[in-house]
Write a protein that binds this ligand. Structure first.
Ligand SMILES: NC(=O)c1ccc[n+]([C@@H]2O[C@H](COP(=O)([O-])OP(=O)(O)OC[C@H]3O[C@@H](n4cnc5c(N)ncnc54)[C@H](O)[C@@H]3O)[C@@H](O)[C@H]2O)c1
Ligand SMILES: [Zn+2]
Ligand SMILES: [Zn+2]
Length: 354
């Protein structure tokens, strides 16, 4: 029983499910038996060699599981408790965490950019039979008995991220909101905009099944960028421009379009991960004098965030299970990566059951 099966990154385009040592819980840590996980777009970046992690690392950062072992000092939990753990695992002690910037956790001291993202990045991740949870006291969120694994697995990352795009954008009741890209992240941002009281939500994408899902997640109008100019359409629909534009792809084009859709004084809430240079043409933001706000957010984590998200689901405010379009066992995960990576067969998110 000292071994487990896990998805190990060996280098570009090389992941294998293999036997690795099973983790043991040290002081302040816990081990959970993973009952459900999924694959994130960021895992694709890792496997394609676009985001560096060290070979030999177990990847994945979206765990639902059952507590198997509790380290010394972790209180208020029992072996056998069902828990959700966020993709971001803040220490809860550093200046970053205690200032409310849990994703920029400084590992016990100040701040560190992305420091709260540990699973499948700096420590072994969730696409495995067992997972070591650091700072367990701050990160194990008990799952209410009424909720099943599929209802909560997407809260660990994409729902927390998508909602944060709406929250950081400061959406007010009655706002007009446009969301660029309706991939899993953008769809959750659309659902977040709806929850926050937007009066008009416009979803932009170029994929038929995603545009359809956009309406299901709360969009009033969907725009297919293959068939229209989204900026002109948003201006037409809103008059002055959107109050809040959410960017959920991470390209120059969508960033710039989001900026050009804003009314003066509007907010661009950016979720995408960019590479290279991002340019801001002066005319797109009134030469810097338009009172625009541009904000960025990394997925919020920690057990309180997870508790709140589970409440939203438990109270029936939102249901993300339609986004889980395909199911695989851990042994079949390579097939899950292929399907998800190719966006084949109308896939949105794949459930992986170890
Ligand atoms: N901020 C965070 O914490 C965080 C967390 C996870 C992922 N991300 C990032 O969020 C982004 C989106 O992730 P995802 O998993 O939803 O991506 P995805 O690749 O699954 O979806 C992207 C969508 O963009 C659409 N698209 C392509 N070109 C477009 C255009 N010009 N206009 C509008 N839509 C267009 C595609 O049709 C697709 O539906 C990525 O950059 C990802 O790395 C950020
Ligand atoms: Zn992720
Ligand atoms: Zn911290």
């Amino acid at each position: 029983m000292s071994k487990m099966r896990a998805t190990v990154f060996h280098g570009k385009d090389e992941i294998r499910v293999e036997e690795v040592p099973r983790p043991r819980a040290g002081v302040g840590e816990a081990v959970i038996r993973v009952t459900l996980t999924t694959i994130c777009g960021t895992d694709l970046h890792i496997v394609r060699g676009e985001y560096p992690v060290k070979p030999g690392l177990v990847i994945g950062h979206e765990p639902v599981g059952i507590i198997e072992e509790l380290g010394a000092g972790v209180t208020g939990y029992s072996i056998g408790d069902r828990v959700l753990v966020g993709a971001i695992t803040p220490c809860g002690q550093c200046r970053g965490c205690l200032s409310g910037h849990v994703s920029q956790c400084g590992h016990g001291e100040g701040y560190e950019a992305l420091g709260g993202w540990r699973f499948g990045n700096t420590i072994n991740g969730a696409q495995a039979e067992y997972l070591l949870v650091p700072y367990a006291q701050a990160n194990l969120a008990k799952i209410p008995a009424e909720l099943n694994d599929e209802q909560v697995v997407l809260l660990a990352d994409i729902a927390s991220t998508g909602f944060s795009g709406a929250e950081s954008g400061g959406i007010k009741i009655g706002d007009a909101v446009v969301v660029f890209a309706q991939g899993p992240i953008g769809l959750c941002a659309t659902a977040g905009a709806k929850l926050m009281g937007a009066a008009l939500i416009i979803g932009v994408d170029g994929d038929d099944s995603r545009l359809k899902m956009s309406k299901r997640m709360g969009a009033d109008v969907v725009l297919d960028y293959r068939e229209c100019d989204p900026i002109a359409e948003v201006k037409k629909l809103t008059g002055d421009g959107a109050d809040v534009a959410i960017e959920a792809l991470g390209t120059q084009q969508t960033f710039e379009s989001a900026l050009r859709c804003l009314r003066p004084g509007g907010t661009l809430s950016s979720l995408g991960v960019y590479s290279g240079k991002l340019q801001m043409p002066y005319d797109a933001f009134a030469a810097g004098l338009g009172d625009h706000r541009i904000v960025t957010t990394l997925c919020p984590g920690g057990k309180e965030r997870m508790r709140r998200l589970m409440e939203v689901v438990r109270r029936g405010r939102v249901d993300f299970t339609p986004l889980l379009t395909h199911r695989f066992s851990l042994e079949q995960i390579a097939e899950g990566y292929r399907l998800f990576g190719e966006r084949a067969d109308g896939v949105l998110k794949v459930a992986i059951k170890p």
